[in-house]
Ligand binder design. Sequence first.
Ligand code: PMP
Length: 361
Amino acid sequence: MTTALRAQPGIMDIALYQGGASKIVGQTDPLKLSSNENPFGSSPVVAEAIREAATALHRYPSTDHTALRAAIADVHGLDAERIICGVGSDEVLTLLAMAFAGPGDEVLYTEHGFSLYRIFALSAGATPVVAPERDRRVDVDALIERITPATRLIYIANPGNPTGTALDLPELTRLADAVPQDCLLVLDGAYAEFYDSYDGGAALVTARENVVMTRTFSKLYGLGGLRVGWGYATQHVIDVLNRIRGPFNMSVLALAGATAAMKDRGFVEMCLRENAQQRARLIGGLRQLGIACDESHANFVMARFADETTALAADAHLKAAGILVRLVKGYGFPEALRITVGSAVDVTRVLEALASFQEAS
Ligand code: PMP
């Protein structure tokens, strides 16, 4: 089809984001371990808060998200004035690119980084630049080598998706030290809470002008469907982002639900405990079956098979057993499957299905 309506440069180079599958043909209720969702759902106080908020849907939501920012600041010991809330952390990550990168600028991220980073760069009209990783880990030296005077933004997922590996604080600090003052280092902490004794980079953000941290309610809080994320940065960066975001970006329901979720620390602690236990069980079980798997600091693990054919066969075997996991060829790992850490029962089911796959092959 020909059209006179031309999209901005870069936009037609974007391939549509492919989410984790949610259905298996011919099966009604699959065990969904494909999108790193919380196996325990969300805290019961969330639905209660949403029901209450739903009695006044004719009212516009708060434009400044004061209650949610206060709850986040209280739990994390942060300055509420330096927090921005977004429609998922996606929104905060994309606002950063829109505000700080444009045509002629470079946006840097790593080989196996989150697939949306490329989309954020291209939609801002900037040029995506990819640094290689080493042994499925972010390679700080390779990133530093690719920083040029045109680099405006660096995205790092820590822990990484789909690898689950993470840089420790000395490595992050070494990277931050090498980033020029006119370039933002964005620490995407979608899985930060699952990484023991990691603050998501909050201390680095506090110490430096050009480091930003993003977080989400989609993983640990089990609220992927509500679409709430947030960022922490200097007042200047937050001020810039607030100027370009939609004034009513967060719905009344999202604000009420996320505020209640943040305050229910008991639910969060239970989920963290379970995740740590079941992640160790899953990794141990996979290795016992002869399936390679790195230590993970997230709520998923990446299981590596001999080659792509074996990974596809394992995926088909899991599907036949009613289990959905994620093929991560699009992230550069055709030989691997990313498996969300489920409940104890879920992990048993996955390990049993993979044991029968290994026996049969
Ligand atoms: N960053 C990473 C590394 C992710 O894996 C995801 C979700 N898959 C996100 C950011 C975005 O999450 P959300 O928009 O749901 O907060």
